[in-house]
Design a protein. Structure first.
Length: 330
């Protein structure tokens, strides 16, 4: 415990000199680390953008185990940091407990819902962005089989998978979607070796496009797909550049925007408790297009993606949310 507290103090000291009197933002990342090339890193970039624009530094901390969640939250709250942003669904219990202890502190949690007067919950319609990724995968696949590699085997990640299946089936109803998960505990987010092994297994079964929703584990998924001459699909951050020309697209979840807005609202004194839901319409999710994947995206594929996006935003197409009933009808 003493070692952890000293580490937390040292990290906070390095991250946050000269904070503005009316804004003391802080962020605590989830397991997997700040530079996971995915979810946590997207959160960091949002905080970084806030500092570049405002000159206000932020405190940050990377937990290494679940026991540190409450400890870090309580330490930052006691020090007067406000708002305190936590990245990841696993923060539910810790936020619920600590927010009740510090009713004047504003907390923001991403990827889960905590109902409290001093908590803002930001969640995404991952199924909508994943649907677009599925449309692209189906059009790029030549074998009639595509793959999905999830991190923890939990309803949230099944939401990605189900949306992806829906997108694939909307283009090619008879295509097969292989699905596998890397584990049932938080280590599932940081095991690129296992991610690579699962990807190789799916490729051996005929998959020529593999989409991952596995945090840092996904680096191994994209590497294995590229090594085999197949295509990967990234998640959360724009991962097209990790394997240029071998990543069909990335389903971007704008965690960076969520963190940036939370910090900015804190600076302006405009904290908004309650639940905010970000989908395609709110530009909270989408697929990434850039120089790294432009040669992979045909005009027909782009047209199909644009049409699917338009139909989802207008309500013409309703992408099923697995978390609404824990079923996938596709």
């Amino acid at each position: 415990m003493k070692k952890f507290v000293l580490s937390l103090l040292a990290t906070a000291a390095m991250a946050a000199p000269v904070l503005a009197a009316d804004a003391k933002p802080a962020i605590i990342y989830d397991l997997g680390g700040k530079f996971d090339k995915s979810f946590n890193e997207a959160a960091f970039h949002g905080a970084e953008k806030f500092t570049k624009e405002t000159g206000i530094k932020f405190r940050e901390f990377e937990i290494s185990n679940d026991a540190q969640r409450e400890q870090a939250l309580r330490k930052f709250a006691k020090d007067g940091d406000n708002p305190i942003v936590t990245a990841g669904f696993s923060w539910t219990e810790a936020i619920t407990k600590v927010a009740a202890e510090f009713p004047k502190t504003h907390f923001v949690v991403i990827d889960t819902v905590v109902k409290a007067p001093n908590v803002e919950s930001i969640v995404f319609k991952e199924q909508e962005g994943s649907y677009l990724a599925g449309v692209m995968a189906a059009m790029a696949a030549k074998s009639g089989t595509v793959g999905f590699v999830g991190g923890m085997d939990i309803p949230l990640i099944h939401r990605f998978a189900c949306g992806y299946v829906g997108g694939v089936k909307s283009v090619k109803p008879d295509d097969k979607v292989l699905q596998a998960y890397t584990g049932s505990d938080p280590s599932a987010w940081n095991d690129p070796v296992k991610g690579g092994e699962i990807t190789k297994s799916q490729i051996s079964q005929g998959a020529d496009v593999v989409y991952h929703a596995a945090g840092g584990t996904g680096v191994g998924v994209l590497q294995a797909a590229a090594d085999a001459g197949k295509l990967g699909i990234g998640v959360d951050s724009n991962q097209n550049g990790l394997q240029p020309g071998k990543v069909l697209t990335s389903m971007m979840k704008r965690v960076d925007v969520a963190v940036y807005n939370a910090f900015m609202d804190g600076k302006k004194g405009e904290f908004k408790p309650g639940v905010e839901v970000l989908g395609l319409k709110e530009k909270g999710v989408d697929v990434a297009m850039d120089d790294n994947n432009k040669k992979l995206v045909t005009p027909e594929m782009q047209k199909a993606v644009d049409k699917a996006r338009e139909d989802i935003v207008s309500g013409k197409v309703q992408v099923h949310d697995y978390m609404s009933d824990e079923k996938c009808p596709y």
